[in-house]
Structure formats: structure tokens, C-alpha cells
Design a protein. Structure first.
Length: 258
């Protein structure tokens, strides 16, 4: 099983990730996708801030906080930062489960040392094990760096053989090899499909070309998982959309707007 870590990658001061590849310095897939509007994220941030304010008001009403002794500016500052802190915590959760899964692929044993200090990661890892068993996943490579002549690079989560279609999934799909991307958020969003498709097409540029049925997005949540699968015919449309996005971002960069 391949674990490719030979391509140097770095992050610029404005949080754009780059890879040093045989095609030169290439921007990451996720950095291109950052420019997409994410309405669900805006709603989530507003709701998170509102929940923080509500909790503070309840504390005041029930006497746990003395409003006369409170620094209003500090409360406003904390409210503004609260959604960022929650977002970073979610990012750490995703990073932790990725590390736990990679350790499992590398060693074939339960990564107790990695996850035992984090109950949430432990719960999500059990969801991963359920998915792996249900779909009879046989890894081909994981954490593999890929790059494309179309001017982007990235690190795919998993390329694997999917040997079973779980009975609780309504629509079966052709069994075979898929590019697989893990998610741990509240839902599977549209940009995840373009991300996995970009990795698929970069992987297809290798020599000899690999055979792949399409992409699978799997979202782990406490107690279970959900998956979305897209075949090559849908991936062609997703890839066209992604290349338009690459062209748009590169044009803005050339003009000095990004």
C-alpha cells in the first residue's frame, strides 16, 4: 500500500497551500475551492454567535454572571471570536480522525495511543471501522500527493477498492476502485465532490493510468456514517466546473486581486 510523502508542500502567509512538483509550484485544490461561496457556513457562524449570546444572557438571568461587573467590550469580542474557535475545533477533530485512520492503514492495528485522549475522535473512529467493514474497503494508497498538468496539486485521503455495497444504501454502485474523501462536518457539501474529482483526474495522469470507477465522499458522525458516490460520467462535469474555478482564481491572481 502506497503512502506518498515525497512532494514538498508549504503554506503562504495568507493561508494558501502550495506544492513543489515536476510541473512547478502548484496551488492546492483546497486553496482553489476556498473562493467558493459557502452559505451554510455563514448561517452556521451566525447561529453559533447567537447561541453564545443566548448562553450568556441565561447565565445573567439565573445569577451566574453579574452584569454590573462584566466588561461589555470583552463579551462582544468573545462573541465575535466564538465561531472561529468552534471552526478551529472542528478542524482539529477532522485532523485527529485523519491521523487515526492513517495510523490504522499504516500499522493494521487500532491506534489507541492516537485517539485515547479524545473521546470524540474515538467515537468517530468507530464509525470509520463500521464503514470499512460494511463496504469491505481494501486500500491501494492513502495520503497520496497528486499533481496535474492543469496546474493544481493536493493530497487525497484514500484510493481503495470498494468490495461491498451496504444494504442500508438505497442505490447500489459498481464495485471497484474509488478515490475516497473523508468528512466530519455537519453535511457533505458540493465542494467536497469537486475536491475528490480533482484528485481523481490528477491520479489518472499517472503512468500507467489507474482504473477508477469514480469518487466516494464518506462523512463520519457519532454512531454511523453517510456516503455519496459519483461515477465517471458525473465526475466529468464536476471536473469541468473545477477547471473553470482554477482559471477564475488564476486570472484574479494575475490581476492582483487574489
Amino acid at each position: 500500500m502506497e503512502n506518498n510523502q515525497f512532494i514538498n508542500r508549504w503554506t503562504s502567509p495568507d493561508e494558501i497551500r502550495f506544492y513543489e512538483t515536476p510541473f512547478g509550484t502548484l496551488r492546492s485544490v483546497t486553496s482553489y475551492l476556498k473562493v467558493l461561496a459557502k452559505p451554510a457556513l455563514i448561517t452556521w457562524a451566525a447561529n453559533t454567535t447567537a447561541e453564545y449570546v443566548k448562553d450568556k444572557l441565561i447565565d445573567i438571568k439565573e445569577g451566574r454572571l453579574d452584569i454590573g461587573a462584566m466588561d461589555i467590550k470583552e463579551i462582544v469580542r468573545a462573541a465575535k471570536q466564538h465561531h472561529k474557535e468552534k471552526f478551529e475545533a472542528g478542524g482539529k477533530r477532522g485532523t485527529d480522525i485523519h491521523h487515526a485512520i492513517n495510523e490504522y492503514w499504516a500499522t493494521g492495528i487500532m491506534p489507541d495511543e492516537t485517539i485515547k485522549e479524545n473521546k470524540e475522535t474515538t467515537i468517530l473512529f468507530q464509525s470509520f471501522l463500521k464503514w470499512q467493514k460494511d463496504c469491505q474497503i481494501m486500500p491501494i494508497s492513502y495520503e497520496q500527493t497528486v499533481y496535474s498538468k492543469h496546474g493544481y496539486a493536493g493530497t487525497l485521503d484514500l484510493f481503495a477498492e470498494v468490495n461491498e455495497c451496504p444494504q442500508h444504501i438505497e442505490m447500489p454502485w459498481p464495485l471497484g476502485a474509488y478515490v475516497i474523501d473523508y468528512k466530519t462536518g455537519k453535511a457533505i457539501y458540493g465542494e467536497a465532490k469537486m475536491q475528490a474529482t480533482a484528485y481523481l483526474y490528477a491520479l489518472q495522469e499517472r503512468e500507467p493510468p489507474v482504473k477508477c470507477k469514480g469518487i466516494m465522499i464518506v462523512r463520519f458522525y457519532p454512531g454511523d456514517y453517510e456516503i455519496e458516490v459519483y461515477g465517471r460520467h458525473i465526475c466529468r462535469h464536476l471536473f469541468t466546473a473545477f477547471l473553470h474555478l482554477v482559471g477564475y482564481v488564476n486570472t484574479l491572481t494575475l490581476l492582483g486581486y487574489s
